[in-house]
Design a protein around this ligand. Structure first.
Ligand code: M6R
Length: 625
């Protein structure tokens, strides 16, 4: 939530800082798009511009009233928490004396007490935000210390103020007396450093500066960073120097462009075969044996685990739900799936024999960060399945299994889901191999089947026309239902979530067998019901049971749309429309059956004229609890 960019360069007159920051904001707008603002340290002080609404409103304002050049600049794109999306609440916030401009991502939980304290001293606030108090505190700290705002003084003030703050924050500050300097701090919210040639950058994530450099530094919890054109210094809150971890970003700026697609989401749907293939790459050897080198958890610990709890939010939790079916089947170990925000508060039973698997695209979802900390405090091992290197969740976990989906920019998760599911299969197969639940030839067969899945996904992605047509037909439906059993159940939940978040249509996913226990009352003539039909070659009469459920809703007038395997003729008697997907093993079916539902949601939203990449009220990365 909220995108943050900082720039420090050599030239006090140049407009480059502002250009870099605006380009970074354009790449970070997916993190929040309620308002945007910039500040530049010019020869004459600090100049700011900010606007409620999309970034385009800020850029228009800057065309009408350009800001002077400067060697330090910061920019912010907001997802509102405290105070509505207005010009006044947009960041940067400037201290009363005009010396300090500050941007913030996160929530200052003790802001009310700080605001009251400052108010007693006569402070007047111009916004309703929790952030503005920090601008006041920083300016007061510098003035009390009796020093002008050079780099050292600014960093010292930041350290002192951070000691007083509670909650989560990434803060970037510039000072009128510190040209060419940006100071940042982070606690529970993301901040990375970009190392340039003769200039340096800060960003909520590397996409802020990916077109300038691929060299980055990870910052840890409660660290303060000072950047100038030539130097980067990191300390803890006591001022002790810290060695930040350098890394190289393994994707380039093209990956964060639309590449000719109308939406990032469309591009990301098309990237799914590659995302799955790249996630599988190098994780098994030529004989089909699993080789998860990054599993830095002692094999004896993994052999001894007696329970797995998958923790995640939203789409990532549905990936975890698929994992439950696969891991329990392959490894014969119980798997629970928990929403991260429920996990900590239900006092889960965690022991040193519990493996907690934390799934997150961004690696910054605050509910999940807290769940990871809780699990480790209880002595459980935590494995992160994550798409973002250097992010908080893998950093704070015992081990990380990275998905290689590349940057996901659209707020609605697509390729991240497929690559998370693929990573969960890898984990399941690795554990089954290690614990001896599957014979080596069984593992090899499953690995080979998994390697074939990207081609099957490609087939579905290429056959979007029918789904597009269906979307146009159903665009005005007030309610859409989704049914599935077994691994089709989380797919139904994901299909409903996609439609809700993109097309703002009431949509619900159900376990198909649950229908007759209540939800079937929602079915009335004409209501569209998607049915995820399992393979007729599968076990346990799953196929027949789901067809019965399809028949039940159809008998009540529902417009029944089946997602079914090629060659499944039995489905024709129970569906008004059949969307075909290639045959894959039952446990791997979510990787193909979810794709038409993603395309459907995107096409309905497009037909309604909505912004597919930036749906209302949402942000890509949910860094507040
Ligand atoms: O970055 P994460 O994977 O931790 O994000 C989790 C959810 O916020 C995310 O999957 C969300 O549900 C998506 N918008 C769904 O499309």
């Amino acid at each position: 939530m909220c995108g943050i960019v900082g720039y420090a360069g050599p030239d006090r007159e140049s407009s480059r800082g502002l250009e870099v920051v605006l380009e970074g904001l354009a790449r970070l707008e997916y993190r929040g798009y309620d308002s945007a603002g910039v500040a530049v340290v010019t020869g004459g002080g600090i100049a700011t511009q900010k606007r409620a609404g999309r970034l385009s409103r800020l850029t228009s304002a800057l065309q009408e009233r350009p800001l002077p050049g400067g060697s330090a600049a910061v920019g912010h794109t907001r997802w509102a928490t405290h105070g509505g999306p207005t010009d006044a609440n947009a960041h940067p916030h400037v201290s009363p004396d005009g010396s300090v401009a500050l941007i913030h991502n996160g929530i200052i939980e003790n802001y009310a007490a700080l605001r009251a304290e400052l108010g007693e001293g006569g402070a007047v606030f111009l916004s309703e935000t929790d952030t503005e108090v920090v601008a006041h505190l920083l300016a007061a700290e510098i003035s009390t210390a009796g020093s002008r705002g050079g780099a050292q003084a600014l960093a010292a003030a930041m350290r002192a103020v951070c000691q007083r703050l509670e909650g989560s924050f990434t803060l970037l500050v510039v000072h009128a007396d510190a040209p060419g300097v940006v100071v940042g701090a982070r606690r529970n919210s993301p901040l990375v450093v970009g190392l340039g040639d003769g200039e340096n950058y800060l960003g909520s994530d590397v996409s802020a500066f990916i077109s300038r450099t691929k060299r980055a530094l990870e910052l840890g919890q409660d660290q303060v960073v000072t950047i100038t054109a030539d130097e980067v210094g990191v300390t803890d809150l006591d001022g002790a120097a810290v060695d930040a971890t350098p890394y190289t970003v393994d994707w380039d700026a093209d990956a964060a462009e639309k590449g000719g697609f109308p939406w990032f989401m469309a591009k990301e749907i098309h990237e799914q075969p590659r995302a799955v293939a790249d996630t599988l790459l190098g994780r098994s050897d030529a004989s089909g044996a699993m080789t998860l080198d990054e599993m830095h958890v002692d094999p004896s610990v993994l052999r001894a685990i007696d329970k797995i709890i998958v923790v995640a939010c939203g789409t990532a939790a549905f990936a975890g739900h698929v994992a439950k079916y696969a891991i329990e089947h392959w490894c014969r170990v119980p798997v629970e799936v928990d929403l991260a925000h429920e996990f900590r508060y239900r006092d889960p039973v965690l022991t040193h024999r519990t493996l907690v698997v934390a799934i997150s695209q961004s690696g910054e979802t605050m509910d999940l960060v807290m769940a990871v900390r809780h699990a480790r405090e209880q002595g459980s091992k935590v494995l992160a399945i994550c798409n973002t290197r250097g992010s908080t969740i893998p950093r704070e976990s015992d081990a990380a299994l990275y998905t290689h989906a590349g940057p996901e920019i659209a707020v609605a998760s697509t390729k991240a889901f497929l690559s998370q599911v693929a990573a969960c299969y890898l984990l399941g197969l690795y554990l089954a191999q290690l614990r001896g639940n599957l014979f080596p030839d069984e593992v090899a067969t499953l690995v080979a089947q998994l390697r074939d899945v990207p081609d099957a996904v490609q087939t579905v992605v290429d056959a979007a026309d029918e789904v597009r047509e269906l979307a146009r037909e159903l665009v005005d439906s007030p309610t859409v239902l989704f049914l599935g059993r077994h691994v089709g159940y989380p797919v139904a939940l994901e299909g409903a979530l996609k439609l809700k978040e993109l097309a703002y249509i009431h949509a619900e996913g159900f376990a198909a067998g649950e229908l007759k226990h209540g939800p079937i009352a929602l079915v009335e003539p004409g209501v569209p019901v998607f049915v995820i039909v399992p393979s007729p070659r599968g076990r346990d009469q799953l196929h027949a049971k789901v067809l019965s459920n399809a028949a039940e809703v159809r008998a009540r007038g529902a417009r029944t749309i089946a997602i079914a395997e090629v060659g499944d003729d039995a489905v024709l008697d129970h569906a008004d429309v059949v969307i075909r997907v290639p045959a894959v093993p039952t446990l791997m079916a979510p990787l193909v059956t979810v794709v038409p539902l993603q395309i459907f949601a995107m096409e309905v939203a497009t037909a309604k004229g909505y912004d597919v990449d930036q749906p209302r009220n949402l942000a890509k990365s949910v860094t507040v609890e």
